[in-house]
Design a protein around this ligand. Structure first.
Ligand SMILES: Cc1ncc(COP(=O)(O)O)c(C=O)c1O
Length: 405
């Protein structure tokens, strides 16, 4: 694990009068992460992925850090409407929707008269466009649309990428773009080609040299494929007279690669700001653990094993040990293989011996979540720290009473 420049020991003092479980956001580390995002994104603007943040105040704060942080990529249509209502501009819904009621809500922000709070819908098939078109017609709205192009590669019989969009070819994309052009209720605004296999697969995992080498090889091969497909599609759209306001790509793990692609006009980043544990092992990515959470030790079943209250905040994705929260302080703690992170209780084991850790009930153990925004589904607020001072709390989506699934 990358060594944090922040002395976690200080947290114990700073948070002494509070009760755990609690979640903490260190703004000094978040700002360093923001600088790393900007550096890796070259000169391109960066759209902020809300799914990896899930706090209005954090989103607002990140947007103040640089004029190159521009626009939002959200994950739910109801969230898109709520963000527009809260004053966020240029909200791209990163995933398609078939929710007619949510589209009717979004229509309020999508009439031609309300250009400032525009929401852009994501689509990769006719069925999503037809639904949006029907709602648009009914509500007198014109929905901006972004087409999602599949960026996965087929290599050595492996599907290297995610199963999301069926749109792969120039012809398929032009057909949908033409459908949008002909509809008075739709307008084509952008194209997204998200290369999940570059952005979300670690390639520098300690103790896995062979696997790392293989993943990097796959990434090199897939990278050529991605650049060729994305630029072919963007050029074809332009040749057919489609004017794109943006071509979006990338995520935290692929910022350098994606920003270097001339056909991409903006990159997306979200996880980088909190830097959860899954992002510790990407070659060249230098991030700091800005988000963490503390659990109280409530019982000591055996010397060296401390059982905390809470902790079963396991991350989504293919189930595996890497999705568990990771104990980070005091250093040296590990979860028990038979219990993992429990629904109500989480035991953490420390090795016996010379520098043995000695805790008692009431002490805290600090953790990092494996993913970023999911942490905020477990806590109503983040305790914000800057310059060694506790600034107060910022509400998470959960604290706002928001739950978008
Ligand atoms: C469409 C899309 N873009 C970008 C990202 C990258 O987000 P992050 O920077 O949090 O990894 C994701 C993550 O899953 C995504 O689904």
């Amino acid at each position: 694990m990358m060594k944090s420049p922040h002395p976690y020991e200080q947290y114990t003092e700073q948070f002494a009068e509070l009760q755990a479980p609690l979640a903490c956001l260190n703004l000094d580390l978040l700002e360093q992460n923001a600088q790393e995002v900007l550096r890796r994104a070259g000169a391109k603007p960066v759209r902020i992925a809300t799914k990896s943040i899930r706090s209005l105040e954090v989103l607002r704060y990140v947007l103040t850090l640089s004029p190159r942080f521009e626009g939002i990529m959200c994950y739910s249509p109801w969230e898109a409407a709520a963000l527009a209502q809260a004053g966020f501009a240029d909200v791209l819904l990163g995933y398609p929707t078939m929710d007619a009621a949510a589209l009717a809500e979004i229509a309020r922000f999508s009439s031609r008269a309300h250009r400032t709070n525009d929401i852009t819908l994501m689509a990769d098939g006719l069925e999503q466009l037809q639904l949006a078109e029907a709602i648009g017609r009914e509500k007198g709205a014109c929905f901006a649309v972004c087409l999602d192009i599949d960026m996965s590669s087929s290599l050595y019989g492996i599907h290297f990428g995610v199963r999301r969009s069926p749109l792969r070819t120039v012809e398929e994309t032009l057909r949908l773009a033409e459908y949008v052009r002909r509809s008075p209720s739709l307008t084509l605004r952008g194209v997204m080609g998200y290369e999940a296999q570059m952005a979300g697969v670690a390639d520098s995992v300690p103790g896995a040299a062979m696997m790392n080498a293989f993943v990097r090889h796959l990434k090199r091969r897939s990278g050529k494929d991605i650049q060729a497909r994305r630029s072919r599609i963007v050029q074809a759209l332009s040749a057919e007279g489609h004017e794109l306001a943006f071509v979006n790509g990338g995520g935290t793990g692929s910022l350098g690669f994606t920003a270097a692609d001339a056909s991409v006009t903006e990159v997306t980043a979200g996880s980088a700001f909190f830097n959860p544990a899954l992002f510790d092992h990407y070659a060249g990515l230098k991030l700091y653990p800005a988000a963490s959470f503390a659990l109280p030790v409530v019982r000591v079943p055996k010397q060296g094993i401390y059982t905390c209250f809470g902790g079963g905040y396991v991350a989504s994705g293919s189930a595996g040990k890497d999705k568990y929260p990771r104990p980070i302080w005091p250093e040296g703690g590990v979860l028990l293989p038979n219990e993992g992170a429990g629904e109500v209780q989480t035991p953490v084991k420390y090795p016996a011996g010379g520098s043995a850790v000695s805790l008692q009930s009431g002490d805290w153990i600090w953790f990092r979540h494996a993913k970023a925004g999911e942490l905020c589904e477990r806590f109503r607020e983040l305790h914000v720290v800057q310059g060694g001072v506790r600034l107060g709390t910022w509400a998470t989506y959960r604290g706002e009473g928001w739950c978008f699934g």
